[in-house]
Design a protein around this ligand. Sequence first.
Ligand code: WQD
Length: 336
Amino acid sequence: MSEILLTGGTGYIGSHAAVELLEAGRDVVIVDNLYNSEAAVIDRIEKITGKRPSFYELDVTDKAAMESMLAEHDFSGVMHFAGYKAVGESVEKPLEYYRNNIDSAVTLLELMAEHGIKSMIFSSSATVYSKSDKVPYVETDPDTGCTNPYGWTKYMIEQIMKDAAAAHPEMSLVALRYFNPIGAHQSGLIGEKPNGIPNNLMPYITQVAAGIRPKLNVFGNDYPTPDGTGVRDYIHVVDLAKGHLKALDYSEQNTGFEVFNLGTGNGVSVLDLVKAFERVNDIKIPYEIAPRRAGDIATCYADAHKANQILDWHAELTIDDMCRDAWRWEKQQRGL
Ligand code: WQD
């Protein structure tokens, strides 16, 4: 069978997708510049699956290097995970975000057109809905635009994919709009590894649990939500990875451009998640109510029916699974 190329395949979501693909019997080649990940992840993937993906340390925007790599393989599809992903940083460095994220997507699409590679699965984000004020978010919602440059790169890449699919009718390009991926592989061998102080809730909670940070700041308790704290659609990263396999199967049987939400369809508040973590892992998470974080919205969750029906994909793992697996991963990293 032909191979699947994973850009950003040593990152948080890419590594979990690599495991699911290998376990489904697919041949996987990973390209990553290790900007925000490490080569040891390849060993971890091999340890979990018993199969070692081919690995190239290179940058997707380096078209010549990509050409040389492509000459050694026969790809039928690409999963494009590589990209800058920090919302706050994107506000500080918008040009770097546009240059890197847009350039890598365009380079990859050019290479696909030139080499007759049909399928692309792209990591988009629920952030493309972030100016909308009605939940749940449905793929058919009118475009509202984004609140930060990171989100705009996702939005613009979706548009580029749509235009490329129209001009290349043999192609099948799928954008997956992720809600809030958390948790880690059940093996405890791969997971999210934030640099410095975590921006996102679950990595912050696990670092408080590990004693690295004294307490969690809960950003606002006066939102129009049941307990006043922000509500999100947390999805286990393994469920998310499995959604990529279903999207790949779909793209192999179809052509054109398509968008799917990958979420559970359930909203969970900050305090709900803290309480679940405390209960499941039997650890107290000290927290304090802090001011709202700039740019946050009250509530964000998916209408997941389209992926449920068309991809035959459902999120199966629970909030308890997410809390247990996130903590197992944090402990493994810290030697606890
Ligand atoms: C979740 C909730 C916070 C930290 C962001 C990006 C999105 C995607 C994922 C990807 C909110 C609250 C958080 C803390 C808190 N990016 N919170 N204390 O903001 O929904 O999504 O990350 O690559 O594009 O926007 O996720 O985990 O940061 O926050 O109270 O220390 O937790 O206010 O309500 P968010 P998050």
